[in-house]
Ligand binder design. Structure first.
Ligand code: ATP
Ligand code: MG
Length: 256
C-alpha cells in the first residue's frame, strides 16, 4: 500500500512545490516508487519535474472530473525518476465543476486507489488555498507535510491549517494526521529564524522534522532547467538537505 502525503500550507510561496518535487526525487534516489500529484493550476510541480504543462492531453483535471484515469494521464519525470500526474491552468475550472459531482471531496482519493499497488509513496503538491482542490488532497492522504518559513507570520497561518486538518480528520478522513513541520528557506544567521524555530519545537515537539532546508539559490534555479534541485546540483547545500529529508521520511515511515 502506498503512503500518501500532502504537502500543504495555504500561504503562498512558502516552498511547497520545491519540497514536493525534491522529496519525490530524493525518495526515487532511495529506490522508492513515487507518484507526484500536481494539484495546483499553476502547474509548477509539473514544470519542475521537466514535463511541459502546455502540452498535456490529459491531466489531473480530467482525472478529477472522471474524463480520464491516472494510468492515462500520468507522465514520467525523466530527470527526477518518478511519475507525475501533471496539471495546468485548466485545473482552475475543477473547483467549480466538481461542486455538482457526487463525493466531490473524494474524487482524487478514488482515482489514486486504482494505482495504489504501483507506488511506495504518493506526494500531493497542494495549491496555496484551503480550497476544494486542497480538500481533495487532504481526503486522499494519510498525512500532511507542512513546509514553513521561520518568520513571525508563519505561525499565524498555521492555526488555520491545523484547524482545517482537524475538521477533515473528524468528518472526512480519520487517517489524516500531521506528519511533520518542515523548516524551509532557513537562514541560521537570522535571530528571528532561530527564535521561531525554537518556538516550533516547543509547541510541536517531535512533529518538527529534524532536517532543515536552508535558503539556497540552486534550489530556485533548478526548475528553469526542468530538474529537481537534488538532480540539478546534488552537491549543493539545499540538495543535500532534501536528500537527508527523504532519508528521514523513509526512516520514520514506520512510526507514522
Ligand atoms: P505557491 O504557494 O505559489 O504554490 P510554493 O509554496 O509552492 O508556492 P515554491 O514555489 O516552492 O513555493 O517556492 C517559492 C519560491 O521560493 C520559488 O521561486 C522557489 O524557487 C523559491 N525557493 C523555495 N525553496 C527555496 C530554498 N530553500 N532556497 C531558495 N529558494 C527557494
Ligand atoms: Mg507551489
Amino acid at each position: 500500500m502506498a503512503k500518501i502525503f500532502c504537502v500543504a500550507n495555504q500561504k503562498g510561496g512558502v516552498g511547497k512545490t520545491t519540497t514536493a518535487v525534491n522529496l519525490a526525487a530524493g525518495l526515487a534516489q532511495l529506490n522508492q516508487r513515487v507518484l507526484l500529484i500536481d494539484l495546483d493550476p499553476q502547474g509548477n510541480a509539473t514544470m519542475g519535474a521537466g514535463v511541459n504543462k502546455a502540452d498535456l492531453e490529459h491531466s489531473v483535471y480530467q482525472v478529477l472530473l472522471g474524463m480520464s484515469d491516472v494510468r492515462t494521464a500520468r507522465k514520467t519525470s525523466e530527470t527526477g525518476k518518478f511519475d507525475i500526474l501533471p496539471a495546468n491552468r485548466e485545473l482552475a475550472g475543477a473547483e467549480v465543476e466538481m461542486v455538482e459531482l457526487d463525493n466531490r471531496e473524494k474524487r482524487l482519493k478514488m482515482a489514486l486507489a486504482e494505482v495504489d499497488g504501483e507506488y511506495d509513496f504518493m506526494l500531493i503538491d497542494c495549491p496555496p488555498a484551503l480550497s476544494m482542490l486542497t480538500l481533495n488532497g487532504l481526503c486522499a492522504a494519510h498525512g500532511v507535510i507542512i513546509p514553513m518559513q521561520c518568520e513571525y507570520y508563519a505561525l499565524e497561518g498555521l492555526s488555520d491549517l491545523v484547524n482545517t486538518i482537524k475538521k477533515v480528520h473528524a468528518k472526512l478522513n480519520t487517517d489524516l494526521k500531521i506528519i511533520g513541520l518542515l523548516r524551509v528557506m532557513f537562514d541560521p544567521r537570522m535571530t528571528l529564524s532561530q527564535q521561531v524555530s525554537a518556538q516550533l519545537e516547543q509547541h510541536f515537539g517531535d512533529k518538527v522534522f529534524k532536517s532543515i532546508i536552508p535558503r539556497n539559490v540552486r534550489l530556485a534555479e533548478a526548475p528553469s532547467y526542468g530538474m529537481p534541485g537534488v538532480v540539478f546540483d546534488p552537491a549543493s547545500k539545499g540538495a543535500q538537505a532534501y536528500i537527508a529529508f527523504g532519508a528521514e521520511m523513509v526512516e520514520r515511515i514506520h512510526t507514522f
